[in-house]
Design a protein around this ligand. Structure first.
Ligand SMILES: *Cc1c(COP(=O)(O)O)cnc(C)c1O
Length: 401
């Protein structure tokens, strides 16, 4: 069957507007499209394929499991899920793990846990979830409601209630809002979709203190910042603050759908038998890949590469900004870096992405004004340099046009 980009408009719901390019093969940091054109992948399918495409250890884990056992449901547990959960417990603050298939589902579980925890221990009045403007937590009705971007909830009302939004990094607003009615404070240690804004250490520390003071759970959404992306296995390690609950997905499965909610033993106890579930969550295929992926992502050599390539990427983007005048600086952590576009290009970050694609490099936006670069965590110095050269060629062309 011949399929092209035109087929998309004929058979798919129009909620996406994908590029004209259809990649058909990937290897390491590179992709090839239907016409055989090569791209350096500095996007990783939105910070997902952290070990690049078709990593031999992930391919081996997936094919081995594919020949053994695919699915059981939660009526029976399975070895890959137990191994992955044990590894997550070993390597993080968490004592307990719940598996699901996406970031939104991991957050849905976290928010439901927070409500259940507070209502069981303190009563139903304690149901306020405190969240932040520009946050992104997924696209289910509960997660768009907790997320702080009105464009994602418009037209879907009535929305779930009991959610308060505050400005991110505003310590005073946080102090004023958290109280006896609060069941959870949920935040991304660095806002991803919202434009690559890291939390200030004071903001994170204050959130922890206030949650302790008012018996609320501190939930970190590390769907995007987790799994080595920021240079430590999870970003919270760099703030020296531990959450009660953490959601993750994206990089965990390296491209295979896999999400997880991590929790302390105390918090986890609230999701008692029968209170929550997922048919595919903890699926053997996903967990076998996740286990192989986590072993690689937590290696000292890989995390050292993230930090070294982060410096290279920051310098490279600053250089492109200085030479073309298109970018005004860099921000972010590890290999999740944002470069705000110059005043004249406000609202047009997507044009930079398209120019890069014409020159064989794939990057992303984070909102309309920020170019986002999220390369594979194991990318070589030479491949990253080549990707930056191609991006600069695209930017120079835009400026000249
Ligand atoms: C991508 C993302 C999500 C949603 O993940 P899905 O797998 O698309 O449901 C949630 N939170 C953050 C911080 C994300 O970046």
């Amino acid at each position: 069957m011949q399929v092209t980009r035109k087929t998309f408009d004929e058979v798919m719901v129009p909620n996406y507007a994908p590029s004209d390019i259809i990649p058909v093969r990937g290897q390491g940091s590179r992709l090839w499209d239907q016409q055989g054109k090569e791209y350096l992948d500095l996007a990783c399918g939105i910070a997902v394929t952290g070990l690049g495409h078709c990593h031999p250890k992930l391919v081996a884990a997936l094919t081995e499991q594919a020949n053994q056992l695919w699915h059981l449901s939660n009526v029976m547990t399975n070895e890959p899920a137990l191994k992955l959960a044990s590894t997550l417990v070993d390597k993080t603050f968490a004592d307990r793990v719940f598996f699901c298939n996406s970031g939104a589902e991991a957050n849905e579980a976290a928010f439901k846990l927070a409500r259940k925890h507070a209502s069981a221990k303190y009563g139903p009045h304690k149901h306020q979830i405190i969240a932040f403007y520009n946050a992104f937590h997924g696209r289910t009705l509960f997660t768009v409601s907790v997320g702080g971007q009105a464009k994602y909830t418009q037209g879907f009302e009535p929305l779930p209630g009991g959610i308060t939004h505050l400005p991110y990094n505003d310590v005073e607003a946080l102090r004023a809002a958290v109280g006896e009615q609060t069941c959870a404070v949920v935040l991304e240690p660095m806002q991803g979709e919202g434009g690559l804004t890291p939390a200030t250490p004071e903001f994170i520390k204050t959130a922890r203190e206030l949650c302790d003071q008012h018996n609320a759970l501190l939930i970190f959404d590390e769907v995007q910042t987790g799994n080595g992306r920021t240079g430590t296995l999870f970003a919270y390690e760099q703030f020296g603050v531990t959450p009660d609950v953490l959601s993750t997905a994206k990089g965990l499965g390296g491209g295979f759908p896999l999400g997880a909610m991590l929790a302390t033993k105390e918090a986890a106890a609230s999701l008692a038998f029968g209170t929550h579930g997922s048919t595919y969550g903890g699926n053997p295929l996903a967990c076998a890949v996740g286990h192989a992926s986590l072993e690689e992502l937590s290696s000292a050599a890989l995390l050292a590469n993230v930090r070294a390539r982060s410096e290279q990427l920051r310098e490279g983007l600053l250089g492109i900004g200085q030479r073309t005048g298109l970018l005004t600086g860099v921000r972010g952590m590890g290999l999740l870096i944002g470069a705000p576009v110059a005043e004249a290009w406000k609202g047009k970050a997507k044009e930079l992405v398209n120019a890069g694609l014409r020159h064989g490099v794939w990057t992303l936006v984070a909102g309309p004004d920020v170019l986002r670069v999220a390369p594979p965590l194991n990318i070589s110095e030479a491949d990253l340099a080549e990707g930056l050269r191609r991006l600069e060629a695209g930017c120079s062309e835009l400026v000249a046009a």
